[in-house]
Design a protein around this ligand. Sequence first.
Ligand code: P6P
Length: 344
Amino acid sequence: MSDVSGTQAVRMGMTLETFIMEGMLGSPAATGVFTSLLNQISFAAKLVTSQVRRAGLANVLGYTGEVNVQGEQVMKLDELANETLVTTLGRRGHCAAIASEELDQIHHITNDKRARYVVMFDPLDGSSNIDVNISIGTIFGVMRRSDDGDVTEADFLKPGRELAAAGYVIYGSSTMLVLSTGREKGVHGFTYDPTVGEFFLSHENIRTPKKGSTFSINEGNASRWEEPVKRWSDWIKGDNKAEGRPYGGRYVGTLVADAHRTLLKGGIFAYPADKKSPEGKLRLLYEANPFAFLFEASGGMATNGTDRILDIQPTKLHQRTALVLGSQEDVATFSQFMRKERVS
Ligand code: P6P
């Protein structure tokens, strides 16, 4: 019987960098550029987690007083995270351009042919929860460039099914990076050990249960919902032991936290369109698509209420969408209500 303690076993375990490299070695066609880009994102996550963990001490809380393209107050940590990602991804020559929630336009880096990828991200999702110490996160997607021409916004405006990789970092009770390079490669979680400065494989091959027991939606929007959403909400809270209802209600108010719980435990997260947000609130390119990519790779499902998120053809960088993520059975039931195929 090994006498290695749990912690030591983790330290002797698989780091994110090794896992990515071995993934590359498993794909001889990989040139190493993609692998190196993923390692850059992991390095940026380490820098941002350091900033987030020090936020209370380093007095980076509070508002800069500026307003971003979303019309929201920009918090200092938002800016710091954005700058960190832009700077880190600007190095090594793998990334041709960046799209960020914090930038009105794409940030052009290089047209060099060796820069084969573009990266879209929300640098700090849930920033309104920063100063009340609720989990926040970073969400990213990696897309191959269309051709060897100059990189343009068109390189970003492709359906999410064309993503080469997607993932997120959740800055919660611990910092965890969750990543997928596609359905055939699965979804894997890596927990950060700050004493070593490395992400270690902690959740290999995450699978989302086919059916869950929690629902996650902002009930404060109920008066603005369309009738089918109201009927679904009444149904999921109805008393039917045989069908496992009522589901438990869980809502953090940070997409990364609500989606992370749903990815691991199953159930359903929904941010539907409503009278206040007729297009939905969440952003297609750097919030919905990366999570839709992950949920489909983990055996879950992602729609805008009726149609597959990954099939949506984007037309604008910051366009919004309704978003429903979760267990296949739970998301399918939501769609039945939205299509008026059922009313209870
Ligand atoms: P509401 C955070 O501001 C965010 O963009 C997502 O992280 C989160 O899911 C959503 O907005 C919460 O919005 O309207 O429920 O506060």
